[in-house]
Design a protein around this ligand. Structure first.
Ligand code: C6P
Length: 409
């Protein structure tokens, strides 16, 4: 079923104007706007139920704990994790990946061990491995894109060796918009005896995710990209693995007993949640996932892909536009481009004046920028509330921007 344009009414921010024009928000890949239901859930929680969790014996603390743990169960159900015990709340995908690097990597990775990444990773899925490799003497192996701008699976197979301990890659690329064939990548990783970590930051808001069907060992995502508040995200790890990991950070909440000179640690998942967590944010995440299920993940994916096809066609008609990323059924709602002779930051500023919000820069993917032969690009990204009218506006505005800069040059 197609997504109704009435869904726009679910997002209060879309009623505002920017520089006198209606807001056209084409930057959902950077962070998603919040549905009213999420705002209400967070507000209602603070007004009626807020207290710290897992501590007090009083009513509010019990209610807050129930709400926080219900959010964990909701995340598990959303990504089809077998058990909520294997879901750790983190601040965002970045923290989830760093947690794996610390809790698993510092013990499992030794000198000469290999970690396989692709050239299209976000820095959040590169830098933690650089830090680990420097500390443990490990080697990072990079897999290039093929001629079709998808990850080259033959090159991935070729990169595997008996020393490969981890393959870590994106589910959907934040620049190319492409869906990685994770089930196939899982087979390749597992055949070589390696684990697979999936960076799901750009997938969870946009398509049905089933971590068991994918065959992933670990999966991380950010709440702020699914319409939840910032400051909450989740890392799922296969329970048999997670149960063997030592803590990532120390403090309250994650202990069993503490003496002056030693501590023992709580079971999973609490072992990985030191300190007071993002409680109301978890409640907001619960509401956001309810909202996405109500809209329908398959419908969102179909909507995003249809918009991407439409945008590619419209932008191709604009003089001087170069588009990046593959075309096909595996292309989500992210369209990355450059406008000949105009710096991407100038493109973004010129669009902002017209109320159109896009992102410009390297998108925290410098190795990919290098592989594409550019320093930076512009990027429009879509979600539930995006319409073809907005894409028309983008395309028309780009035509004007190009004419203006050609006149100035
Ligand atoms: N990409 C973008 O505009 P955090 O910052 O932890 O919520 O998400 C990090 C991250 C990890 N992986 C992928 C594929 C991502 O796209 C992102 C965030 C945003 O593309 C902000 S740089």
């Amino acid at each position: 079923m197609a997504i109704s344009a009435e869904r726009r009414d679910d997002f209060p921010i879309l009623r505002r104007r920017v520089h006198g024009a209606p807001l056209v928000y084409l930057d959902s890949a950077a962070s998603a706007q919040k549905p009213e239901r999420v705002l209400d859930a967070v507000d209602g929680f603070y007004r009626q139920h807020y207290a710290n969790v897992h501590r007090g014996a009083h009513t509010l603390s019990a209610e807050a704990t129930d709400a926080y743990e219900a959010a964990r169960t909701r995340v598990a159900r959303f990504i089809n994790a077998p058990d909520e015990r294997s879901v750790v709340f983190v601040r965002n995908a970045t923290e989830g990946i760093n947690l794996v690097a610390h809790a698993w990597g510092r013990r499992a990775i030794g000198p000469g061990d290999e970690i396989v990444v692709t050239v299209a990773e976000h820095h959040a899925n590169l830098v933690p491995w650089h830090l680990l490799a420097a500390e443990r003497g490990a080697v990072i192996r990079g897999v290039p894109l093929g001629g079709d701008q998808r990850v080259d699976l033959d090159a991935l197979k070729g990169a595997m060796s008996p020393r490969t301990k981890l393959v870590t890659t994106f589910h959907v690329s934040n620049v190319l918009g492409v869906l990685n064939p994770i089930a196939e990548i899982a087979r390749i990783a597992h055949e070589a005896g390696a684990l697979l970590l999936v960076d799901g930051a750009q997938a969870v808001p946009h398509l049905p995710v089933d971590v068991q069907a994918l065959g992933a060992d670990m999966y991380a995502f950010s709440g702020h990209k699914v319409g939840a508040p910032s400051g909450i995200g989740a890392l799922w790890v296969r329970e048999e693995l997670l149960a063997t990991w030592p803590p990532f950070m120390g403090g309250g909440e994650m202990i069993r007993t503490v003496a002056l000179d030693r501590s023992t640690y709580a079971d999973i998942p609490m072992r990985f949640e030191a300190g007071t967590p993002a409680i109301a944010e978890a409640v907001g995440l619960h509401a956001a996932l309810d909202y996405l299920d109500e809209v329908g993940l398959q419908d969102i994916w179909d909507h995003d892909r249809a918009l991407a096809r439409y945008a590619i066609e419209r932008l191709r008609g604009v003089d001087g536009v170069t588009l990046y990323g593959p075309e096909g059924d595996d292309r989500g709602g992210i369209v990355t481009f450059n406008l000949d002779g105009v710096h991407p930051h100038d493109v973004a500023s010129a669009l902002d004046v017209r109320g159109v919000a896009i992102r410009a820069g390297h998108h925290c993917a410098q190795p990919l920028m290098g592989a594409l032969g550019v320093r930076s690009t512009a990027r429009a990204s879509f979600w539930i509330h995006t319409t073809t009218d907005e894409i028309d506006l983008l395309a028309d505005a780009l035509g004007e921007v190009r004419t203006f800069f050609a006149g100035v040059a």
